[in-house]
Design a protein around this ligand. Structure first.
Ligand code: CU
Length: 176
């Protein structure tokens, strides 16, 4: 084998090992994960926010051409949010500012990711997958409030609050 060939081969293997190490470090060191894809639960058609306990919420969110349902929610600081995302029509995306949440909204299936909000503030989210003429209009926000500011009754119906509406977490059993 030519010397240059050997060098090229060594570099290729080196880069490959580096990539593998980066993936292992991301998963084990920083807890970075990719969204789960749920295919055994029928996708929901209406979005809703369900409260499971004081600091545990479930968001079922539907991407449409060209809006999110719901487009705005409020959470207390420290809340853990389980996000279930689906699409009513074409492929959309969901990226939440200042987080590593980046999900795909695919018709017929549900993407799942968990995020924890430790800092109060407004977290904007938007569609990151070009989906048509008003794609740039697809945005929303998650307002994270301190305990003094947070008024749970702002958030919607009693049904959504006490979790009697069908929650995916319940349907899937104890997976998390
Ligand atoms: Cu879009």
């Amino acid at each position: 084998m030519d010397r240059a060939e050997k060098q090229a081969l060594a570099w290729s293997v080196g880069v490959l090992v580096l990539f593998m190490a980066a993936i292992v470090a991301a998963i084990s060191g920083w807890g970075i994960t990719v969204p789960d894809c749920i295919t055994d639960v029928e996708p929901f058609e209406e979005g809703q926010l369900i409260q499971h306990d004081n600091l545990h919420y479930e968001l079922q969110i539907v991407a449409h051409m060209w809006y999110f349902n719901p487009a705005q929610i409020e959470l207390p600081v420290g809340a853990t949010l389980d996000i279930y995302l689906t699409s009513a029509d074409v492929v959309h995306g969901l990226h939440i500012d200042n987080t590593d949440i980046n999900m795909m909204a695919i018709p017929g299936q549900i993407s799942y990711l968990r995020v924890k909000f430790d800092e109060p503030g407004t977290y904007h989210f938007l569609c990151h997958e070009y989906c048509g003429i008003a794609h740039h209009m697809m945005a929303g926000s998650i307002v994270v409030k301190s305990p003094e500011e947070f008024q749970p009754e702002d958030m919607g119906t009693d049904e959504a609050l006490n979790g009697s509406a069908g929650d995916i977490e319940g349907e899937m059993g104890d997976e998390s």
